[in-house]
Design a protein around this ligand. Structure first.
Ligand code: FAD
Length: 501
């Protein structure tokens, strides 16, 4: 189902179009390279990565500097024009595209892609928010440092988008979420003023830590235009293995065992199910599975260290041998080269797309305590299969953080449309099970538009009140990505947060 030109509740109303005068002023603020009304360009920026949400907009802005962003936002503040900040548009929550009310412009940061400075002594890099994540990683490597944020969309997502969503990815176990990697921010506020918080400090107890409010705010509080990012030492050696585990409980035991033995040398602990691997091998012919047979569950385990190769390789071998003897691991393959390690990762990265290629699919990004992973997966699978026979559950992901991407692919014999129509019902089942296990309905993808209203079920009034108060304080006119994450306005197209006044 494509949600087009309407809120999730299905309410349609007439939108006040942006006036010609406002459009003229916005264009003048950035010059000819900074805007587009070209239908094709607009089309690419008004549909989300999954093709699930489409919301037309009359104007795409591509500012090149913080000053230009500030000028645009000032005009929007004066005219009540609503803004959808956009990075690489890889959001899986519909957060980066308009509703299509006619009063929204898209501000895409791709032209703000410069590295402002690098400080190898302070282990920091200061970048424009529109820098692609992979290019930030590459810049850090040039000075022998690691920017450890790593995720499947790293070739197209932007650092501003990563910060706005507090992105997680595969290295969280060792280095934390994006929140842990940001030391300072520059943000254009909803009235057009610029907050310069570009500090590269690891200790700074001077009042409220404002940057933390913007991290994970999904464009609803301001536009992030620059960031100071924390770098880590580049590992001297990396050991990657794919292990078949005897059960889900064994996978969790294996993690605990690895933590005891290898401590923070563990950089990744990713869960790969049989269903997912079969789809990856089917849809990505370049991929190869390294074990003799595909088992029900596997773990992609990665260790990294500043020490030399042989020590890390020995540790990996010992870990696997002992886990095999303890009946946790049934079979394992260790990458013999960097190329092989990449090939193992292709299997993991392919999981994020394979179910999309297979047909209509529903994606739930949940997290539960590590001790509950096995029971959560069993109950969620049972419940989904009970209400929708024939579905294929593809549950994979960052098991080391308790974060499961619970994907559900349509039954072979059903239509994509009829399956999509049940998205809410089926997602809510999975969310309900995660909640019963004291988990969360969004581990790392945020709320965007897709999960905004679900939050009301899973957070109490006090928390919802506080979120609404933060939104109103930073964005009293409700022009910053309205209707995403939290809904505080009185616009009937973007229904309100229930009884929050
Ligand atoms: P966009 O999609 O453009 O925007 C996301 C949100 O941030 C929107 O609400 C937008 O308004 C806001 N925003 C964007 N830029 C700014 C800015 N400069 N200032 C203020 N607000 C802004 N996510 C994970 O956490 N972990 C994963 O492992 C992961 N894997 C993925 C794999 C694939 C194949 C895909 C397609 C997505 C994956 N994602 C993952 C989701 C997505 O990549 C992340 O949420 C990413 O951080 C979004 O960055 P972006 O630049 O594409 O932001």
């Amino acid at each position: 189902m494509i949600y087009e030109d309407q809120s999730m509740s299905g309410i349609r109303t007439q939108a006040p179009a942006i006036s010609e005068d406002t459009i003229k002023r916005l264009k003048e603020a950035v010059g000819p390279s900074g805007w587009s009304t070209d239908a094709e360009a607009l089309d690419a920026h008004t549909v989300d990565w999954l093709g699930q949400f489409r919301g037309p907009s009359p104007l795409l802005m591509k500012p090149a500097t913080t000053e230009e962003v500030a000028a645009i936002v000032s005009i929007c503040a004066q005219t009540g024009t609503q803004i959808v900040p956009q990075g690489g548009n890889t959001s899986l929550m519909g957060g980066s595209v308009p509703f299509g009310t006619g009063n929204e412009i898209v501000i895409n940061l791709s032209r703000m892609n410069k590295v402002r400075s690098v400080d190898p002594f302070n282990d920091t890099i200061t970048v424009d928010a529109g820098c692609i994540l992979a290019s930030v990683q590459a810049e850090a490597e040039k000075i022998g440092r690691l920017f450890p944020l790593r995720l499947g969309a790293e070739g197209s997502c932007q650092i501003g988008g990563n910060i706005a969503t507090n992105a997680g990815g595969t290295n969280v176990l060792r280095y934390g979420n994006t929140r842990d990697l940001v030391l300072g921010l520059e943000v254009v506020l909803s009235d057009g003023r610029v907050w310069n918080g570009l500090r590269g400090l690891r200790k700074d107890n001077t009042g409220y830590d404002l940057k933390q409010l913007f991290i994970g705010s999904e464009g609803t509080l301001g536009i992030i235009t620059g960031a100071v990012l924390k770098l880590s030492p580049l590992p001297a050696s990396v050991a990657t293995a794919i292990c078949a585990v005897s059960s889900l409980d064994a996978a969790v035991e294996l993690l605990a065992y690895c933590k005891d033995r290898a401590g923070d040398l563990i950089t990744a602990f990713e869960l790969l199910p049989r269903t997912g691997i079969e789809l990856v091998l089917k849809h990505f012919p370049v991929t190869r599975f390294p074990l003799a047979e595909i088992h029900d569950w596997h773990v992609l385990l990665e260790l990294s260290s500043g020490a030399n190769d042989s020590e890390l390789a020995r540790m990996m071998e010992e870990l696997l041998t002992e886990s095999f003897e303890a009946d946790l691991v049934l079979d394992a393959a260790v990458a013999a080269s960097g190329e092989q390690s990449k090939a193992f990762w292709l299997l993991r990265e392919g999981l994020a797309e394979a179910d999309v290629l297979e047909g209509a699919s529903i994606h739930c990004d949940v997290a539960v305590p590590l001790s509950a992973i096995a029971r959560f997966l069993q109950e969620a699978t049972d419940e989904v299969e009970r209400v929708c026979g024939g579905v294929r559950v593809v549950a994979f992901g960052h098991a080391g953080d308790g974060n499961i991407h619970f994907g559900i692919v349509q039954p072979v014999d059903s239509s994509a449309e009829s399956f999509r129509a049940r998205e809410h019902e089926i997602s809510e089942l999975v969310h309900g099970v995660a909640h019963r296990f004291h988990g969360t309905i969004s581990a790392e993808h945020g709320l965007g538009r897709l999960k905004r209203d679900a939050l009301r079920t899973y957070r109490d009034e006090v928390e919802l009140d506080l979120m609404a108060a933060v939104k109103r304080t930073f964005d009293p006119s409700n022009i910053m990505n309205p209707g995403k994450l939290v809904n505080v306005g009185d616009d009937p197209r973007l229904p309100c947060f229930g009884d929050v006044a």
